[in-house]
Design a protein around this ligand. Sequence first.
Ligand code: HPA
Ligand code: ZN
Length: 339
Amino acid sequence: MYMNAIDDFVTKLPKAELHVHIEGTLEPELMFAIAERNGIALPYASVEALRAAYSFRRLQDFLDIYYRGMGVLLHEQDFYDLTWAYLEKARSQNVLHAEIFFDPQGHTVRGVAFETALDGIWRALRDGADRLGISAKLILCFLRHLDADDAMRTLDQALAYKDRIVAVGLDSSELGHPPEKFKAVFDRARAEGFLTVAHAGEEGPPAYVWQALDELGVARIDHGNRALEDDALVRRLAADKTPLTVCPLSNLRLCVVDDMAAHPLAEMIERGLFVTVNSDDPSYFGGYMNENYRAVADALDLSRDTLAEVARNGFEAAFLTDAEKAALTAKLDAYLASA
Ligand code: HPA
Ligand code: ZN
């Protein structure tokens, strides 16, 4: 199919996003606006200078800038504005459902209350449902570079908000911070009724993916690229239909892959893995959902049918009831019948 036809197909394709860090959707323009109203001086002269700093050789290079960027977020309204901007963008790209990570420890370490972040995000999600018709779930991520006690205290704070938080996850600096470090935290989270996910196999070895499955009991693996190095692990993931939330532009920008043409998404599909496509930190990595779908469609020459299956996987892997999934998948089927 001609590229412009695939572009059009992807643009209108109903999609679910299952791997997006709300703090990673903070666009430079909004970062400057919030910094100004909060009286915070940014170490960049302009939006352009800030964007020019988005050149990363590895995950940690990005994280250093990401944590600094979220430092402008102080008030409930800041978190509302951040989340609302993401939801409008997602809706404009035919994202019907989003499962959104937030990093409360990135805020509480700066003296911003857990509730300030949660209330602002939550109010925007409710407005997103009412005014944009976009459904959303919230996933609390623990920062793995901090210790397990800090994560446990964060879990304590989340217990009062089981109605707002569907799952807990694990993000930040992967190497040197294996999932097993958080086994007790995740055991407790599951006992309290939270679902669990974890970033694993982005930079870390296959052993971290095994640990996420066996020690943390995760329902999905975030990234999972390096699982391909271990045949037994690939068989396990395929047999269990464990969803992988793959993030192509993130992988390119963080040098997890050298070239989009070398992205493992096609190999993952070929080897029977249950993959989804997601944006991760779209403000920092050069694209939202449509740009990620287009990047892999183009570089890997994916067919319309393959792209439709990836979109279907997104709805199937969501933390929704069967009835909710069926309603969303029906919209996908209606689109495919008409496209
Ligand atoms: N990897 C790990 N931690 C993160 C990421 C990521 O891509 N984005 C935000 N926190
Ligand atoms: Zn991520």
